[in-house]
Design a binder for this molecule. Structure first.
Ligand SMILES: Nc1ncnc2c1ncn2[C@@H]1O[C@H](COP(=O)(O)OP(=O)(O)OP(=O)(O)O)[C@@H](O)[C@H]1O
Ligand SMILES: [Mg+2]
Length: 238
């Protein structure tokens, strides 16, 4: 492995989103590929995947491929549920319950094998996992700073600021925000909206993923990796 200079690699990131379908997997895969290109050994996890059909947990499989991780899929994705619903609802539909220690055990085993970890949440921060536990509690349990993925469309200012407020209220460190524009070019209203959001985010904005064609992914360099690596585990205050 190629020796690297300081700063040391952070322990990883918990990739959350302002919603489902905003581009978390796109960003997590792009980040894994960028880290690999720098000879950083990255492990991945999609601890809870819902809507899992006969093809298996597709997000977890995409993450594993992007990272080149040969870990068991049952560790990368220890909770696989068929119903495409919030984790607590999908688990209840199968008569099961999701517990944080079970996910923590799989995470610890992976963390011990890799230099850093990329963990993709399900939905957004307040999506329920079990009783009063939410994705925010899982992020805290794993001790990773948040990388927040947001849409590039109308509505995203409110969703992004709400997510930052929840992170701050819970004392969760935020490494930064990535905006994914989605498959359709931005309208002039979207573009005007985004310029406002860019101003509000300032140096928290660590990249934007422009529209890409089906079957492709984020262009190389879309994530400001040096700034992300330097962000460490600082806690944002508002
Ligand atoms: N910048 C973009 N250009 C083109 N397509 C995009 C872009 N960002 C996301 N997509 C597409 O939007 C869809 C949703 O993205 P993705 O699966 O990454 O979202 P997610 O937040 O991980 O969703 P989930 O909550 O289901 O895990 C995918 O088909 C993805 O390829
Ligand atoms: Mg996903």
């Amino acid at each position: 492995m190629t020796p690297r200079s300081h700063p040391p690699t952070p322990p990883g990131w918990f990739v959350t989103g302002t919603d489902t379908g905003v581009g978390k997997t796109v960003v997590a895969c792009a980040l894994a590929e960028e880290l690999r290109a720098r000879h950083i050994d990255v492990g991945v996890m999609k601890p809870i995947e819902t809507g899992v059909g006969g093809q298996g947990p597709l997000d977890a499989m995409a993450l594993a491929e992007a990272a080149g991780a040969d870990d068991a899929l049952e560790r990368i994705c220890p909770v696989q549920l068929a119903l495409p619903a919030a984790p607590s609802a999908a688990a209840a539909a199968e008569g099961s319950e999701i517990t944080l220690p079970r996910i923590r055990a799989a995470f610890d085993a992976l963390r011990a094998r890799h230099e850093c970890m990329i963990v993709e949440g399900a939905g957004g921060l307040l999506v329920p996992i079990r009783e009063r536990d939410s994705m925010a509690d899982l992020a805290r349990e794993l001790g990773l700073p948040l990388l927040i993925v947001a849409r590039g469309r109308l509505g995203t200012i409110n969703h992004t600021l709400l997510t930052l407020e929840v992170a701050a209220a819970r004392g969760l460190p935020v490494a930064g925000v990535i905006l994914s524009h989605g498959p359709i070019p931005l309208s002039s209203a979207d573009a005007a909206n985004l310029s406002v959001l860019r101003g509000l985010l300032g140096d928290k904005l660590l990249g934007e993923i422009p529209p890409f064609d089906p079957g492709e992914g984020a262009p190389a360099g879309a994530i400001a990796l040096d700034r992300l690596l330097a962000s460490g585990t600082r806690v944002e205050t508002r």
